[in-house]
Design a protein around this ligand. Structure first.
Ligand code: MIG
Length: 782
């Protein structure tokens, strides 16, 4: 397809053959001299010795424009892209090419598009740069794990997986994850752009009305998405790169970690602490000190001599043990993992085919070459060591990969073997952690038959398919508490729905008020884990004073009451890619909403306004221009564009969408305890509402195990009564709950409530299920 478009006629920027972008920066020289386009079906090629261009429509809303030759298969995509065979005229993305002095490549659909401004350049360091016209007024989101504001406009962003121990500030750029996917609001709707290149890349918005996409090696392999809403664009992006994996239910519970619980006895003590202090716990982490001399797939024989018993005992108490697995393998001729890896040629090599060695926790180490399928299989098999003991979750750290050297990672020219070719590490660096976590997730699925739970520090576009992400080494500071909100929101807008920050802060000593506020926010993080560094003050909730413990307990209990709602949102994310944690602009079309990152939505029904500063007992909350909102603290509907919320230390402002129905649960100490009662909370303030809630065993990964029960509930206020309908279909799965409690607003008191056509007071049954209506203030259930 080769279409001349309107866009071509407006190429106004004068072409500069050379670009000088300031002192110390290499001069960029323009690339031209392309051959004549060759088209077949929905695919067009342009010849050039170094930068051939391929343009293909690969979905109704997705266009690929690949400039240059990729160094390897894509690691971001679920499968290699194929051009569409056929498409309806209405969904055709137009692209155009003008190979003369004013050349441009343009992609557009439904009146919105992207086009080159000055074209393609190469610099003396072999980087390639593509300049696109891009209005400064278009807000930009996504870009994965980045510091700073929600809107990513105006800055230069670098993608190179990096272990950053220094405090993450506005000035920090590359972190552990590299997700070169951006979401932008255009004048007509929304677009997305993925720069699929696992080497070092840059997306630079420091130009006026332009963005520059750059890569150090390989191709500028671009996927352009077009949609009417941001959700549509994320849907298209996660269709291509994979939906967020559906976690086991327990992974949505509370996780406790620290660097490091040092012995069997200490671990048992900690787990007891949760019991004696009436606190929930689903997962307990073993950080690097559990290993025998930091050898992966070992336990220290003295301190963790009876690891299998420990894991069993904890499982009986509803607590799963999640051990850390780093990629660095100790160089030790007596050690089986090292021996096997050397024998099978599993490790990354130098150019002269000797082992690439570096220093990391175990001392001198080597690294598995996850780019080889055989190596992944071997690594998967090694996990039997853990899965045979009953382990169901694994924590991957240091997989940028982080190395204790000047570069902080492998040498650029270390060699990976990819589909029979030797490829330099620098060309594929950002995919290393993704491949490791993918192999780990596969191991869990294969060996346990259950859904995987992998937590990873490093990742690349597509990481959402395999692992949850935590945002690395943050600090116990108010800045880092605030930072976590836009960072997690943008991770969600980059496909990573299941993410969290270390609650309490990793480095530095946390303080009671900071910790309280962090837990109050953290119980809404899609992934909820308290983690803390070696040498820092303990962060288990009972190590604080009694009032702090009580407040933190309230937040942790709240998490468990929210679990059905959160699980439903994860399931939605798994089906459509829509984030669990959503920015203000999701439901607020006012331009003022575009950069708000001190409040957010969980799903569509809940607005959370955390307290992010010390000694703050009140804050302004912007109420979205769509819908009416109910304040949980004040137990009433609130109005206006802004609400001044007074709040003590006991809680943070929380709002529910008027009329919504939330699936909730009574408190349990672990998801391993059966959920006997399902609660349906009806929020005041609307004439009608409806809910579809699906429940399954929350664990099995097979198709059978994913069969679910279906509950529907709806209500409508008529003049003299409230008509409700409730159905439960348990044909395919028998839910744990035998009772459904309808929590209805006080304002319904005195009005007859009909369920499925019959008037009910108190208790009744529906489809064999015990039901009850209670008048309730939402705060009582949250
Ligand atoms: O070099 O395993 O981000 O969560 O506790 C530090 C020890 C290695 C970094 C991780 C942190 C973890 C720590 N790790």
């Amino acid at each position: 397809m080769f279409i001349m478009t309107e866009l071509q006629k407006h190429s106004s920027l004068a072409v500069q053959p050379e670009l000088v972008l300031g002192q110390g920066r290499p001069v960029q020289k323009r690339i031209d001299d392309f051959g004549v386009p060759i088209s077949s079906g929905l695919s067009t090629r342009l010849q050039h010795d170094h930068y051939p261009i391929l343009a293909q429509q690969i979905a109704a809303d997705t266009m690929r424009v690949c400039i240059g030759s990729p160094v390897a298969r894509s690691f971001a995509l679920l499968s290699q892209p194929e051009p569409l065979k056929r498409i309806e005229e209405a969904n055709l993305i137009e692209w155009s090419w003008l190979p003369d002095a004013h050349w441009q490549v343009a992609v557009h659909r439904h009146r919105q598009g992207l086009r080159t401004s000055r074209g393609l350049y190469q610099d003396s360091e072999q980087w390639v740069h593509l300049y696109l016209a891009f209005p400064d007024a278009w807000p930009v989101y996504g870009l994965g794990e980045k510091t700073g504001e929600l809107n990513k406009q105006g800055k230069r962003w670098r993608f190179w997986n990096s272990d950053v121990f220094d405090p993450h500030t506005e000035a920090t750029d590359a972190l552990y994850q590299s997700i070169p996917f951006m979401l932008m609001k255009t004048d007509q709707g929304w677009m997305g752009l993925l720069l699929d290149n696992p080497g070092e890349t840059v997306i630079d918005f420091t130009f006026t009305d332009e963005v520059c996409l750059s890569a150090a090696s390989g191709a500028l392999d671009l996927y352009v998405f077009s949609g009417e809403t941001a959700a549509e664009v994320i849907e298209a992006y996660t269709r291509l790169t994979g939906r967020p994996f559906l976690p086991p239910k327990w992974a949505l519970g509370y996780h406790q970690s620290r660097h490091s619980y040092e012995s069997d006895a200490e671990v048992r003590n900690i787990v007891n602490g949760f019991k004696t202090h009436d606190l929930p716990l689903d997962a307990l982490y073993l950080d690097i000190l559990y290993m025998d001399g930091y050898r992966v797939f070992t336990f220290d024989p003295e301190r963790f001599g009876k690891a299998p018993e420990l894991i069993d005992d904890l499982a009986e108490q509803g607590v799963r043990v999640v051990p850390i697995v780093d990629p660095g393998v100790k160089v030790d001729p007596q050690y089986r993992v090292y021996q096997q890896g050397v024998q099978s040629g599993a490790f990354v090599l130098n150019a002269d085919q000797t082992l690439w060695k570096g220093q990391v926790w175990p001392g001198e180490s080597v690294w598995p070459d996850f780019f080889q399928a055989d190596v992944c299989h071997w690594w998967q098999d090694l996990h039997r060591y853990f899965t045979d003991m009953g382990v169901q979750g694994i924590w991957n750290d240091m997989n940028e990969p982080a190395v204790f050297n000047d570069r902080m990672t492998m040498d650029d020219d270390a060699k990976h073997s990819i589909d029979g070719e030797w490829v330099d590490h620098a060309c594929v660096h950002n995919a290393y952690g993704l491949l490791m976590s993918q192999a780990t997730a596969n191991a869990i699925v294969e060996q346990t038959g259950q859904r995987p739970f992998v937590l990873t520090r490093a990742g690349y576009a597509g990481i959402q398919r395999s692992a949850a992400v935590w945002t690395g080494d943050n600090r116990s500071s108010w800045e880092h508490l605030s930072l976590s909100v836009p960072m997690l929101l943008n991770l969600g807008l980059s496909g990573v729905a299941f993410a969290g920050a270390d609650i309490g802060g990793f480095m530095d000593d946390t303080r009671p008020e900071l910790f309280t506020r962090w837990m109050q926010l953290g119980c809404f993080y899609p992934f909820m884990r308290n983690h803390c560094s070696i040498g820092m003050r303990a962060q288990e909730p009972w190590t604080f004073d009694e009032p702090t413990l009580a407040r933190v307990r309230h937040a942790m209990h709240r998490r468990y009451k929210l679990l059905p709602y959160l699980y439903q949102l994860m399931r939605d994310a798994n089906e459509t890619g829509e984030p669990v944690m959503r920015p203000q602009f999701w439901y607020d079309s006012d331009a003022a909403a575009g950069n708000i990152s001190d409040q957010f939505f969980i799903g569509s029904q809940m607005l959370v306004a955390p307290i992010l500063r010390e000694a703050t007992l009140a804050r302004a909350v912007r109420l979205p221009d769509q819908g009416n909102w109910f304040s949980v603290q004040e137990n009433r509907l609130v109005e206006g564009n802004y609400h001044l919320a007074e709040t003590g230390l006991d809680d943070i402002p929380l709002y529910l969408r008027a009329g919504s129905i939330l699936p909730l649960a009574p408190y349990r100490a672990s998801t391993a305890r059966p959920l006997k009662e399902l609660r349906l909370l009806v929020v005041d303030g609307a004439q009608e509402g409806r809910l579809l809630y699906r429940d399954d065993d929350g664990l099995t990964s097979t198709v059978e195990g994913n069969r679910y029960a279906r509950l529907t509930f709806g209500y409508r206020r008529a003049s003299d009564r409230i008509e409700c309908h409730l159905t439960v279909d348990a044909t395919h799965y028998q839910p744990q709950w035998q009772q459904v409690t309808l929590g209805v607003p006080e304002s319904w008191r005195g009005i007859p409530v009909q369920v499925n056509g019959q008037e009910h007071k108190g208790r009744f049954t529906v489809d064999g299920l015990r039901c009850r209506v209670v008048y309730i203030a939402p705060g009582d259930w949250l």
